[in-house]
Ligand binder design. Structure first.
Ligand SMILES: CC(C)[C@H](C(=O)O)[C@@H](O)C(=O)O
Ligand code: SF4
Length: 468
């Protein structure tokens, strides 16, 4: 038998167009997602060179980062945002690329839209000028972010120059306790390996707890792989993957579907395949997690307290964690459940999908957002919004006092009107808690949707395992 291979090895091998002696490869790219932030220069480069988009049908453009999440039916007021959006629209028209504008129901965060449309499929190489492209790995695709010059390269040639990464496997055994979610799994993993722990690797997530996750949950895990420093994250496709993709607008149909499933079934890591690094975690021991600092690795159980940086041996690390506490306005030893909040943000490509909104509705139904808290819910796409409204979730949210918005990246990052004021403290379902991420001097605590929902009602963090 041929050498046993990992899922990553298989997809890689199937896409190599050319290999140099030093290992540099030219990789064929199956899908290219494009948004307004990292594409203007790339399209301009093509224009200047007089080139076309090589495979417009393998390219999909959508606006997400800059769009306001308030009513957009009368146009976009902010001139900067309007220009960004219009530039993408113009580029899509000029180059014949399919484009979902801010009024299209299919519009949303690029990483929510791709899977939803069946544009993202197992076994594919998928790129986007955006670090959270790793999300699409949940479907058993090799998906990662690229820079703007690479965006131009892919637009022009449908290929990418890459060196192969190492294989890493993170196995999460057992079953999650009630109240503990995919978000807690990935935060725990990043807490364990650190933000550089995955450097140079592609991570395959495996084990009973990963298999038990819905596609939404797997997307949450793969989405944040990048915060652990890895190039990409992936989960082998299975029946859940196929059920999610069946009959999506761009999924293969009829015989083509059957043939695709046969191929997808071969995308499993072979018995005995080599992993350069292996990590194991037990899901049964995981608590709901809250970040206390300014890095996604600064994690602690909701039942715990803010750690004391003086306990850290390494001087640089100690200093940086003190700085994080100062920025966050926190004291060592403060119980996490004593931390009060000004804002709650539920949304983003990490946790802005329908399952996330259902989890929030379950927690807040019949309750009220705390009077000191300003809380918003931003669906990840127009399709998510429509589905939530069909299920009556929007009524539950509005009756509880949440602001129910139009789809986009919103307060995940301060690139649009949704942002924190200096000093404001926010429980957020997004993926980054860097200084200034949600607004200048804003303070971000990353949590799961259920934890954010409970915090909105209580005005402080609460252990969702005790929620009634
Ligand atoms: C603006 C974009 C390039 C950026 C990314 O690459 O991830 C953004 O989506 C983010 O989450 O920080
Ligand atoms: S929702 Fe946040 S993380 Fe996702 S693409 Fe938008 S800005 Fe990046």
């Amino acid at each position: 038998m041929a050498n046993p291979r990992t899922l990553y090895d298989k997809i890689w091998d199937d896409h190599v167009v050319d290999q140099q002696d030093d290992g540099t490869c030219l990789l064929y790219i199956d899908r290219h997602l494009v948004h307004e932030v990292t594409s203007p220069q790339a399209f301009e480069g093509l224009r200047v060179a007089g080139r076309q988009v090589r495979a417009p049908q393998k390219t999909l453009a959508v606006v997400d980062h800059n769009v306001p999440t308030t009513d957009r039916s009368h146009g976009i007021e902010d001139p900067e945002s309007a220009t960004q959006v219009e530039t993408l629209a113009q580029n899509a028209r000029d180059f014949g690329v399919e484009y979902y504008d801010e009024l299209d129901t299919r519009q949303g965060i690029v990483h929510v839209v791709g899977p939803e449309q069946g544009f993202t499929l197992p076994g594919m190489t998928i790129v986007c000028g955006d670090s959270h492209t790793s999300t699409h790995g949940a479907f058993g695709a090799l998906a990662h972010g690229i820079g703007t010059s690479e965006v131009e390269h892919v637009l022009a040639t449908q290929t990418l120059i890459q060196k192969k990464a190492k294989n890493m496997r993170v196995t999460v055994d057992g079953q999650l306790p009630a109240g503990v979610t995919a978000k807690d799994i990935i935060l725990a993993i990043i807490g364990e390996i650190g933000t550089a722990g995955g450097t140079g690797h592609v991570i395959e997530f495996a084990g009973e707890a990963i298999r038990s996750l819905s596609m939404e949950g797997r997307m949450t895990v793969c989405n944040m792989t990048i915060e652990g420093g890895a190039r990409a994250g992936m989960v082998a496709p299975d029946e859940k993957t196929y059920a999610y993709l069946k009959d999506r607008p761009k999924s293969p149909k009829g015989e083509a579907w059957d043939a695709a499933v046969r191929y997808w079934d071969s995308l499993r890591t072979d018995e005995g395949a080599h992993f350069d690094t292996e990590i194991r975690l037990d899901a049964a021991n995981l608590p709901p997690i809250v970040t206390w600092g300014t890095s996604p690795e600064d994690v602690i159980s909701v039942a715990g307290a803010v750690p004391n940086p003086d306990d850290i041996q390494d001087e640089n690390k100690r200093r940086s964690k003190w700085r994080a506490l100062e920025y966050m306005g926190l004291q060592p030893g403060t119980k996490i459940t004593d931390i009060t909040l000004d804002r709650v943000f539920i949304g983003s490509c990490t946790n802005g999908r329908i399952e996330d909104l259902r989890a929030v509705a379950k927690v807040v139904e019949g309750k009220k957002v705390h009077e000191a808290v300003n809380a918003m819910i931003v669906p990840g796409s127009g399709i998510v919004k429509m589905q939530a409204e069909a299920e009556g979730l929007d009524r539950i949210f509005k009756e509880a006092g949440f602001d129910w918005r139009e789809p986009g990246c919103s307060m995940c990052l301060a690139m649009n009107a949704d942002r924190l004021a200096p000093g404001e403290r926010c429980a957020s379902t997004s993926n980054r808690n860097f200084e200034g991420r949600q607004g200048f001097k804003g303070r971000t605590h990353l949590v799961s949707p259920a934890m954010a929902a409970a915090a909105a009602v209580a005005g402080r963090f609460v252990d969702i395992r005790d929620w009634k």
